[in-house]
Design a protein around this ligand. Structure first.
Ligand code: 5AD
Ligand code: SF4
Length: 473
């Protein structure tokens, strides 16, 4: 992956300094430009999309919900599986038609940007295949957006930025945020050094870095001031978080306890964790910290030691099972969630049975399961014994039948219990509210709209596979 690639013919010319571009003019406050951001993939992209909007707000861009009238369209893309990456090109086809229609009608055009992991991995190809695209920007370059827009507008040339300096990104993002609701993501760690043989993340997001405690705490305080009550600390390997603070080594456990001390923050979550980084300190905090919600996403991917080795996961099934045992001893009410891949190269029926056995033994409250998707450039792509598509499909079906039945059983076990729900929004029905339980299930109940943003006790009356319903207690 290269550092900076510029296709811009004027790359050697001076660019406007961001300070100049950042100036808020009376004209753009009165008549804000419209930005439409479409987000694909993981929570990190959700966070990044919000941050792009924050970067552009001072230069007069206001978010809109549909692309039709937008001055700037950003597709924040995901490269994790083939299907996710393909979606970008079909969306670009739709955007091209919108842009052409705008120009035909004599209206101002539309700047089109592709951001995220597809941009990082296939930037050159996007520029070549999709002339509608004006800018391609990798996940570590969002702070440069104003400068890039100025260059595109001024020079009418395509710009491609796939710089890899993650810390520079965080040092340059604005301190202010405009959170949409009462629950917000906060990136504390980014990138990955684990190199699982199926995964593109180490190539698209770069090496593992942690943000400083000061930066994280400042952002968390700011979110609390804006009314946020629940923060999810996120990172590709969030429990690998480490920083030196006041001369001491801090891990995720210390960071969580510090964030828990911020007034107004009542709930904390973290995701996604790796079994290898689940240390005793963090397990202790899971037991001690009341603001930490009883929900843990801890992917195993496969129950077969042979496949775990081929995936370069760096642990065995026994290690994972013992870890879960210790976590449950410390926090008995923890709801566990996991990621699974079926049909990794070399996976036999016996290996798959071991995954089924793992799920039966561990018991999951929620899960994400996928067919292995060949990702060019990863070691898995060139491994022998790729599994045929129909076998992958059958295995996924069997696995999901088991996982979904566990999820339903877990949800139904909550009927009759009183759970604290953070009320996030209105529900679909008139008078209905929507919020999340400590175990992250979406929960519907009836109540006054003024309850939004409050944490309310709700008695669970019914439960399905994906959500709960209840009545205010
Ligand atoms: N194919 C299928 N699933 C994948 N994941 C990551 N890479 C691939 C791939 N090539 C899944 C893993 C990971 C989750 C985010 O996506 O389960 O934990
Ligand atoms: Fe990908 Fe493995 Fe890193 Fe997770 S730990 S981001 S699956 S390489």
């Amino acid at each position: 992956m290269s550092d900076i690639l510029l296709r811009d013919k004027t790359a050697s010319r001076d660019v406007d300094s961001p300070a100049v571009v950042n100036r808020k003019t009376d004209a753009n406050i009165r008549n804000p430009k419209k930005i439409f951001i479409k987000t694909y993939g993981c929570q990190m992209n959700v966070y990044d999309s919000e941050r792009m909007a924050d970067v552009l707000s001072p230069i007069g861009y206001a978010p809109v919900d549909v692309p039709d009238d937008a001055d700037l369209v950003v597709l924040n893309t995901c490269h994790i599986r083939e299907k996710a990456a393909e979606k970008v090109y079909s969306e670009l086809g739709r955007i091209r038609k919108l842009k052409e229609a705008k120009l035909r009608a004599g209206r101002p055009g539309m700047t089109v940007a592709v951001a995220g992991c597809v941009a990082q991995a296939e930037g050159d190809e996007i520029m070549r295949r999709a002339p509608v695209v004006d800018m391609v920007l990798g996940p570590q370059t969002y702070h440069k957006l104003p400068e890039m827009i100025a260059r595109v507008t001024r020079d009418q040339d395509g710009v491609l930025e796939t710089d890899f300096d993650t810390l520079e990104k965080f040092d340059n993002l604005p301190a202010t945020r405009n959170p949409k609701g009462y629950s917000a993501f906060l990136t504390v760690q980014e990138g990955c050094d684990k190199f699982c043989t199926f995964c593109v993340v180490p190539y698209t997001r770069g090496a593992e870095i942690s943000r400083s405690v000061e930066q994280v705490v400042a952002e968390a305080r700011h979110l609390a001031c804006k009314g946020v009550r629940e923060i999810t600390l996120i990172g590709q390997n969030v429990n690998a978080y480490h920083a030196v603070h006041d001369g001491a080594d801090w891990g995720l456990g210390e960071l969580i306890q510090h964030v828990a001390g911020i007034g107004g923050i009542d709930r904390i979550r973290f995701t996604t964790s790796h079994p290898r980084d689940m240390d005793d300190g963090l397990i202790r905090v899971l037991g001690d910290e009341e603001k930490l919600m009883p929900y843990l996403h801890l992917p195993i991917q496969s129950g077969s030691d042979k496949i775990l080795r081929a995936m370069n996961r760096g642990h065995t099934y026994a290690h994972y099972r013992d870890l879960i045992g210790r976590i449950r001893e410390t926090r008995p009410d923890i709801a566990l969630s996991g990621d699974f891949i079926v049909g990794f190269p070399g996976e036999t029926d016996l290996d798959f049975e071991q995954t089924m056995k793992c799920v039966a033994e561990i018991g999951y409250a929620a899960s994400f399961s996928f067919k292995y998707s060949v990702r060019p450039g990863t070691p898995g792509a060139s491994m022998p014994c790729q599994v045929p598509e129909d076998v992958k499909q059958q295995r996924l079906q069997a696995l999901q039948n088991l996982l979904y039945s566990q999820q339903t059983v877990f949800n139904k076990s909550l009927i009759g219990r009183k759970l604290n729900i953070l009320v996030e929004d209105s529900g679909r029905q008139d008078g209905q509210l929507f919020g999340r339980s400590p175990y992250l299930q979406g929960t519907h109940f009836y109540g006054d709209v003024n309850l939004k943003g409050r944490i309310m006790p709700v008695t669970i009356a019914d439960a399905g596979k994906n959500s709960l319903t209840g009545v205010l207690a």
